[in-house]
Design a protein around this ligand. Structure first.
Ligand code: SAH
Length: 207
């Protein structure tokens, strides 16, 4: 099967399993080629529903996880979104078609440089190098924050840099290597956190 056929097959499967629901999100999955964000040897597996290595010990999330997190974020055309963990850049590319602006930060320099190049054609994505647990004060406030690495906690910078009524999606560490995907909403300055499902992300690091 050609990659483009595999892509449509995967999208149909994500729809039938209930991971992809919104018309615009489905369209974004059609427009962005996942293979463009995967280094050489793994490219042919781009439309398997699996996480894949992107180098530096990191992974591109499985398509169903990108679908779940994108749908949870309820992207709006007016949103400014902050992503912690650019990785391959795929999640940022998907979101960029659904919102006004994406600000994404990657800790690893090699991945940062690769993603910056890959995303240079997307006018509404800004890629930063650094530790996303501190947020990016000069780019804040954000309507939404998406964290794509497993975090021990919700950092105060995220809460502070989120707009009133804003939403945060974050995998919160539970046990070794596993997290609960959590959604938090900021209301009257307080975050109300809902823990949803077990997930497995690479860990958030500080160096
Ligand atoms: N959203 C990515 C998933 C990448 S995996 C994609 O679509 O491919 C998570 C990424 O988070 C890894 O690349 C890892 O290097 C990065 N990361 C870990 N700790 C970080 C931190 N404190 N700040 C920014 N990025 C971090």
């Amino acid at each position: 099967m050609e990659l483009c056929d595999k892509k449509e097959f995967l999208i149909q499967s994500l729809v039938s399993r209930g991971y992809l629901r919104s018309r615009d999100v489905i369209e974004a999955f059609r427009k962005v080629n996942r293979e463009d964000f995967i280094p050489g040897e793994y490219r042919r597996f781009a439309y398997e529903d699996e996480p894949l290595p992107i180098g530096e010990g990191q992974t591109i999330s499985a398509p169903h996880m990108v679908a779940i997190m994108t749908e949870l974020l309820e992207p709006r055309k007016s949103d400014k979104v902050f992503e912690v963990g650019t990785g391959s850049g795929y999640q940022a590319a998907i979101l960029s078609l659904l919102v006004k602006e994406i600000v994404t930060i990657e800790l690893d320099r090699t991945l940062y440089e690769r993603a910056k190049k890959l995303l240079s054609g997307y006018a509404n994505i800004k890629v930063f190098h650094g530790d996303g647990s501190k947020g990016i004060p000069e780019e804040s406030p954000f309507d939404k924050i998406i964290v794509t690495c497993g975090s021990d906690r919700i950092y105060s910078a995220w809460k502070e840099q989120l707009k009133e009524g804003g939403m945060l999606v974050v995998p919160l560490n539970e046990g070794y290597g596993y997290q609960k995907l959590a959604v938090a909403r900021k209301s009257k300055g307080i975050l109300r956190v809902r823990r949803l499902m077990d997930v497995a992300f690479v860990p958030l690091r500080h160096i």
